[in-house]
Design a binder for this molecule. Structure first.
Ligand code: ARG
Length: 594
């Protein structure tokens, strides 16, 4: 990694590099010796550790040579070429190498925050196609879609921040046989639908009505089937009715996206109609399709439970499988995606596993393209059962957001904030807390696990919650203000003073901030946003430790400023800026006053 004086460097990456080189010189007889660098969990043992010596000693053993890990560690240390990052190396215990980060490196890196903003090392710019949210028309958008929306949005925000070219696709379920019954029901209930938009306010109820007719009335069922054919053949009246129905859902979805500030490009299943025809023809021509009781199927490998991928149904129709063969092809061939991400519930794991297998098999997916299915667990209620309302219905997302707003306001009133803030400030604080806590509760849990949705828990102001972080952030931001420093003044101070790193707690905080690039890198690798939540929480708690023992602004009993520690104000400001970036990636919106 070449040094770029405008960006923070990734310490983990530098250590991998310099230890990699040292290990190859120290152990030339071992190819691909493991380079194991971890964060140290005890400051006594340095900031990072290289634990390769033990593993290398074992490799020697297998080769019939006896070399102690300590000797190997010493030899590695001798071969580490001097680097600004490394203050000191120590061999400890059976053969650990403790790495102490230098303050000069820390200072130079943190200073870039003031000169160039919070910037991680550059990444090779990739075209990333992210499939997120993706609810279904006329069916309710449920908490599972909310998870996909929130997790997917954070992944997009992260990749956008890293400089990638991200395409956010909302793959809504806007096609399929259910539209036959919906359209015919619409036509019969609102005969003048072509001239006057039908007043459907509750599309779910409308769906239920048409489904009831479909199940009970044979004649209606026939008309519904005929309706599908008309729609698929592009009959303008049917297309119009279909659009009217989609519009009702679309408006409902948009309310949620606006509130959560999530931007998406709608490209639903209908977009892939002709593309499904094309890919089916190609698969047919390539001899890939097997006949399975009238269906045309393909198989993945044997690790997927031997479930077939249904490409064409026995009645000639297409399936969810067919539509995703079309999405993967479109995203690789037309969008020229270097990286495809699909964010859905874990229940679709097998579907995507087989999809990727098949895409490889037919030569579409090659090794230079990264694909990820990003699964997540189900949302549970506080009774640990599937999240439902008291009466057993699915929770409408809009109601959930409203409830969050109400609870956030109660919380603010409990603290007497309604007495202090202007109505406008109070409203902003309320929204920041409500949407912030819903997002953060989701993001801070390891997405692979199910999580319990609890307003009480997520609105707590202690522990790793949005409320705690938003308050912590606002407090840090206000420190410079107590010294009467505005942004302009801080820019000047940053030019005339250096960030203070002398006190043990200052240096501890600085080292947490220096992890920013590697923390982002971690999330980029496994797409698990909870790492970032843990990191931002670590920043907030380490800041508190610092602030408890280091004054920034000293005032006398009458409240007059007697002393301002410029170096510490800069450290507080750097903390606020790193935190702001993390909160932004997590989709949280801190407000100036709350
Ligand atoms: N509409 C689907 C659902 O509600 C999710 C679609 C995910 N995206 C995809 N390309 N399959 O479960």
């Amino acid at each position: 990694t070449s040094r770029d004086s405008t960006r923070m460097q990734n310490i983990q990456e530098i250590l991998d590099e310099i230890f990699g080189a040292a290990i190859s010189s120290a152990c030339p007889d071992i190819t691909d010796a493991p380079v194991v660098i971890t964060l140290s969990n005890n400051a006594k043992f340095g900031d990072y550790q290289c634990n390769s010596a033990m593993q290398i000693s074992n490799i020697y053993k297998q080769l019939g040579k006896k070399v102690s890990p300590r000797d190997i560690a010493n030899k590695i240390v001798e071969n580490v070429s001097p680097h600004e990052l490394v203050d000191k190396l120590e061999v400890a215990g059976p053969g650990f190498i403790n790495v102490f980060v230098s303050k000069a490196f820390g200072l130079r890196n943190l200073s870039t925050i003031f000169t160039h903003g919070v910037r991680p090392p550059p990444y090779k710019k990739l075209r990333v196609v992210v499939d997120l949210s993706s609810p279904n028309i006329a069916k309710e958008m449920h908490v599972g879609h909310l998870r996909s929306t929130i997790i997917g949005d954070t992944i997009c925000r992260l990749l956008e921040f890293l400089g990638h070219d991200v395409l956010r696709i909302n793959h809504i379920g806007d096609w399929g046989t259910q539209f036959g019954m919906l359209i015919v029901h619409l036509q019969e209930k609102f005969p003048d639908y072509l001239s006057k938009a039908p007043p459907i306010s509750d599309l779910q109820a409308f769906y239920k009505e048409s489904k009831k007719r479909f199940d009970e009335d044979e004649d209606f069922k026939k008309r519904a089937y005929a309706g599908v054919v008309k729609l698929q053949s592009g009959d303008p009246n049917y297309i119009k009715a279909w659009q009217l129905i989609c519009d009702v859902s679309r408006k409902e979805f948009q309310v949620i996206y606006d509130r959560l500030d999530v931007k998406l490009i709608e490209r639903g299943e209908s977009f892939y109609q002709s593309r499904m025809n094309d890919i089916v023809k190609e698969l047919e021509a390539g001899g890939y399709l097997e006949d399975d009781e009238g269906r045309k199927v393909m198989w993945g490998d044997k690790n997927d439970g031997n479930i077939p991928f249904t490409v064409v149904k026995s009645d000639g129709g297409y399936t969810y499988d067919t539509s995703d063969l079309a999405t993967i092809k479109q995203r690789i061939v037309e969008e020229k995606g270097d990286w495809l991400i699909y964010v859905t519930d874990a229940g679709q794991g097998t579907h995507f596993y087989i999809l990727f297998q098949i895409a490889r098999k037919i030569g579409l997916l090659t090794d230079n393209i990264r694909v990820d299915h990003v699964p997540f667990g189900v949302v549970l209620g506080e009774d640990k059962k599937k999240f439902k309302t008291r009466s057993g219905d699915t929770v409408r997302l809009i109601d959930l957001l409203e409830e969050g707003l109400k609870r956030a306001l109660d919380k603010l009133k409990e603290k007497g904030r309604d007495q202090v803030l202007t109505p406008e400030e109070l409203k902003q604080a309320q929204e920041s807390i409500a949407y912030g806590c819903i997002k953060y509760a989701d993001l801070s849990h390891n997405r692979h696990h199910e999580y319990v949705f609890s307003f009480d828990k997520m609105l707590e102001d202690k522990g790793n919650t949005a409320v705690y972080l938003l308050y912590a952030y606002t407090r840090i931001r206000s420190i410079a203000r107590t010294a009467n420093f505005d942004d302009k003044k801080i820019e000047d101070v940053a030019k005339s003073h250096t960030i203070s790193l002398d006190h043990e707690k200052e240096w501890k905080l600085a080292k947490v901030l220096l992890k920013f690039p590697e923390e982002l890198d971690k999330v980029t690798k496994d797409l698990c946003p909870h790492h970032l939540c843990e990191y931002v929480y670590e920043i907030a708690t380490t800041f508190t430790e610092f602030y408890d023992s280091c004054y920034c602004v000293e005032k006398d009993s009458s409240g007059d400023i007697v002393k301002v520690n410029h170096g510490r104000i800069l450290l507080a400001e750097a903390t606020a800026r790193v935190m702001a970036k993390c909160l932004d990636i997590l989709g949280l919106k801190p407000v100036a006053k709350m």
